[in-house]
Design a protein around this ligand. Structure first.
Ligand SMILES: Cc1cc2nc3c(=O)[nH]c(=O)nc-3n(C[C@H](O)[C@H](O)[C@H](O)COP(=O)(O)OP(=O)(O)OC[C@H]3O[C@@H](n4cnc5c(N)ncnc54)[C@H](O)[C@@H]3O)c2cc1C
Length: 403
């Protein structure tokens, strides 16, 4: 079953309301027989016999992919997920396949627990085309075909959130354009949507694009808990004045108040709180007057529990969401500031002019990468940086030459 406590996506929903009953998933495993059946039928798989030429999403491999990519591994997880509260069908997650029906039935029944399984819908593979996303603006409007917006898998991405994020930007911008208002462009520095759309519009790719936290230079700051703060300026420009806007404004004010409280409230060394917060062998470190901010930064303390305790002790009542945001912001403040400085430094370099033609002769750059450079013709360091496959070493050489 799911977690016992619930956190909702929407800040105005009651965090402890569940919207449906909970049912269990089960875990099964493939075995040498399962993988043997798959390996023996390699030539019947369109993904391996050349019928399908495209590459699948690296992060959702089919069971054939697993069989041939990891020839020495025979045990793979199969999550048995009920398809609905009132259905008797399950989705076996982890064994997607394009093998013929009789082979699928064979290997499914070789799995312990699924010996008597019947298959209602067999697995299959589809191959689809994508557009060249370097032809799109940051609003996702096509540069050559005005008023036409692209979002989702057609842009070469794979994933629910990737599709939803682009759909939101494309839809909002289509509406804003109709209303004659300024476009909505989220910055790379403040949002993953910004990272994704900048990556897509400055690059072509050889495989489906997935958004990872590692693609962001600012991932300590782009967090779920502070989304209200990050999105405030974008939302405020539309003067919507909905309950969400009011909540957001209040959140922002209370956030600042609570930050100030942490900076200004001093806890003396003889306070019972200090004894509670002293970790094993750390008593010495708490033997002086400290601000709440300083206490929250102590390595052995969970910042959320600690702030909750301090606020309870002082009789200060705030929402759980606000407390989490402040506690996390304070705990990682030093790291966030450092990454901010690095980002600012990099950003300054982004505008630096480079000579892309020189790079084509470099041995330090892979053939595929040189091809991409020749196609994209990056004129600045910032554009070069975003080209998929550019090695940090290459960037370092270019940066050193340009400085
Ligand atoms: C088996 C499988 C498992 C996956 N698992 C995951 C997962 O666990 N996590 C994850 O994040 N992603 C997963 N993905 C990827 C994810 O589902 C897709 O990347 C995402 O749903 C794409 O959304 P989209 O809106 O771009 O396209 P789609 O969801 O494909 O929407 C396109 C829509 O356009 C409609 N359409 C097509 N042509 C026309 C036409 N001519 N006129 C009108 N309508 C048309 C289609 O019917 C469809 O409804 C999985 C994909 C598959 C196939």
């Amino acid at each position: 079953p799911s977690d016992a406590t619930v956190r909702n996506f929407h800040c105005l929903h009651d965090p402890f309301t569940r919207f449906s009953d909970q049912v269990s998933c089960y875990l099964a495993r493939t075995n040498p027989e399962t993988m043997g059946i798959i390996r023996a039928n390699k030539e019947k798989s369109p993904m391996f016999n050349g019928q399908i030429k495209g590459v699948g999403a690296r992060y959702c491999p089919s069971i054939e992919d697993k069989a041939f990519r990891y020839p020495d591994k025979n045990i793979h997880h199969v999550f048995i997920e009920p398809e609905g509260l009132n259905l008797d069908t399950v989705y076996p997650s982890g064994i997607s396949s394009s093998l013929p029906a009789e082979v699928q039935l064979d290997y499914v029944r070789s799995i312990e627990g699924l010996e008597k399984a019947e298959i209602k819908v067999y697995g299959y593979a589809v191959e689809y085309d994508v557009i060249d996303t370097t032809d799109l603006k940051l609003t996702l409007e096509h540069t050559q075909i005005g008023n036409l917006y692209f979002a989702g898998q057609v842009n070469g991405t794979s994933g629910y959130e990737e599709a939803a994020g682009q759909g939101f930007i494309a839809g909002a911008n289509a509406a804003l354009a109709l209303l004659g208002l300024d476009p909505l462009i989220l910055s790379r520095h403040e949002s993953y949507i910004g990272v994704m759309i900048e990556d897509l519009t400055s690059n072509t790719r050889d495989e489906p694009y997935r958004l990872f936290t590692a693609r962001s230079e600012n991932r300590l700051f782009i967090r779920e808990d502070n989304s209200l703060l990050r999105m405030y300026p974008y939302r405020a420009q539309f003067l919507l004045n909905t309950p969400l806007d009011n909540y957001q404004r209040k959140f922002l004010d209370s956030y600042q108040d609570l930050l100030d409280f942490c900076d200004e409230t001093m806890i003396p060394e003889y306070s019972p709180l200090m004894a509670e917060f002293s970790g094993e062998g750390e008593l010495q470190k708490m033997a002086r007057r400290m601000s709440v901010t300083e206490i929250l930064k102590q390595a052995w303390l969970n910042p959320i529990f600690t702030l909750e305790r301090v606020l309870g002790y002082h009789g200060v009542k705030v929402s759980m969401d606000l407390m989490r945001t402040v506690a996390i912001s304070k705990k990682y403040d030093g790291y966030i500031k450092r990454s901010e400085t690095q980002y600012e430094r990099l950003k300054k370099m982004d505008g630096m002019k480079i000579n892309w033609e020189h790079l084509l002769g470099s041995n330090n750059i892979s053939f595929e990468c040189r091809q991409r450079i020749a196609r994209i013709k990056p004129e600045t360091f910032g554009q070069l940086k975003l080209i998929e496959g550019i090695r940090p070493a290459t960037l370092a050489v270019v940066a050193a030459k340009a400085l």
